[in-house]
Write a protein of this length. Sequence first.
Length: 104
Amino acid sequence: MLIDNIKRYAKLRGLSLKQTAIKAGMSENTIYGWKNHEPSKGSIMAVAKTLGVTYEDLTGIKEKKTPTKVDVKAAIDDKDVLMTFDGKPIPPEDLELIKRLLEK
């Protein structure tokens, strides 16, 4: 399945498997070797980037994304952090209200 997906996306971009491997910074026969052994995730990611697709597009494996944890109290106190909502900066008076609410 992986090789077939790589072939399909490479063909759509006018590339052979050899050309794809070289553009991904690998030796020209690397991708062919994946028929016999499992490639590393990093190698698959390099090919995906070269082809302009995602890891999931090539493997069918959906990656779990871990949410980023933020210490909101510390972020509000840090003058170098720009707090936004809907892409707009939160006014200082609103930040003070949020800060007071978090302290309770």
